[in-house]
Design a protein. Structure first.
Length: 303
């Protein structure tokens, strides 16, 4: 019940915040439709027609009602399409991109973190952590165009944009997963070094087990537990980062839909998209808690 209440409060808070910020954004959505040369009479008539003359609480009530009844439509005429089919079409693309980026991050981060921890204090450790710092520092809006320039234009190995096949997914997933991989590598190294100082590792070494078996069989399994929580939290960062990445690679996901709605001042689509992002983030956090409890027997005994 506490988790359900927290989820509802988070959704309501996200809706209120995005509605407030939308009305603070400079520009009038009526000007987007009619242009700045329209007469005041026409502007007021359109404002009443789309409900923008009503107070914000009334607009939020109409939005919530239409959202749960499935009748929510885009804010501006003349072609007011339903919002949820557009979200249902875009959401799978964003989820595929986020999961692919998560896979890229894990494939890059785990070996790098283990290598740095096993060679602590050597040039290998320094090089691995330097690469991790560089990965965190590289902004996606710079890395994406550079990858396009190298692999799409110069080498002609991968397509420039779109979502026609798995080849279209490679560059966006690598761009989105690089920063997370760098962060996970540092977390893996720190968690593994802490695990190597535990008593059970000392006992395993005293029993004559090889250093490789102690590292991979005993220390690493326990060191990976804190990373589950980090992965759940960072999944929200992947969704947020997907907005920029999708724009760079013209990936037809939620980020592209959100930016397009912001440009058109389509308040209903913006609110609905942010709520879906919020719901995905909360759902992943709940699943992370379940996975952590399954991986750690101590939590199961407490339950």
């Amino acid at each position: 019940m506490r988790r359900l209440l927290s989820t509802l409060l988070s959704g309501v808070g996200a809706l209120l915040l995005v509605s407030l910020f939308l009305h603070l954004v400079p520009g009038d959505p009526i000007d987007v439709m009619l242009g700045e040369q329209a007469t005041q009479v026409d502007r007021e008539a359109l404002r009443r027609a789309v409900g923008l003359d009503e107070p914000i609480p009334v607009q939020l009530w109409h939005f919530t009602r239409d959202l749960f009844t499935g009748e929510l439509r885009t804010s501006l005429p003349p072609f007011q399409k339903k919002v949820m089919p557009a979200i249902a079409q875009a959401l799978p693309f964003t989820l595929v991109l986020a999961l692919a980026a998560l896979g890229v991050a894990c494939v890059l981060a785990l070996p790098l973190g283990v290598l740095a921890a096993s060679r602590r204090g050597t040039w290998v450790d320094a090089a691995a952590m330097s690469a991790a710092v560089a990965g965190v520092a590289l902004p996606r809006f710079w890395l994406g165009p550079v990858l396009l320039l190298v692999f799409s234009l110069w080498l002609d190995w991968l397509p420039v944009s779109g979502a026609g096949s798995w080849r279209h997914l490679v560059l966006p997933a690598f761009t989105l997963g690089t920063a997370l991989a760098a962060f996970l590598a540092r977390m893996t190294r720190a968690s593994l070094l802490e695990a190597l100082r535990e008593d059970y590792v000392t006992v395993a070494r005293a029993q004559g087990l090889s250093a490789r078996r102690v590292l991979w069989r005993h220390a690493l399994r326990n060191a990976l537990l804190p990373l589950l929580t980090v992965l759940g939290l960072e999944f929200g960062a992947l969704l947020g980062g997907a907005i920029v990445t999708e724009k760079v690679f013209a990936w037809p996901g939620m980020g592209t839909l959100l930016l397009s709605a912001i440009e058109r001042r389509d308040y209903n689509t913006v609110r609905a998209t942010v709520l879906v992002f919020t719901g995905c983030f909360l759902l992943v956090n709940a699943l992370t808690d379940v996975a952590y409890a399954l991986a750690d027997p101590r939590l199961r005994r407490r339950a």
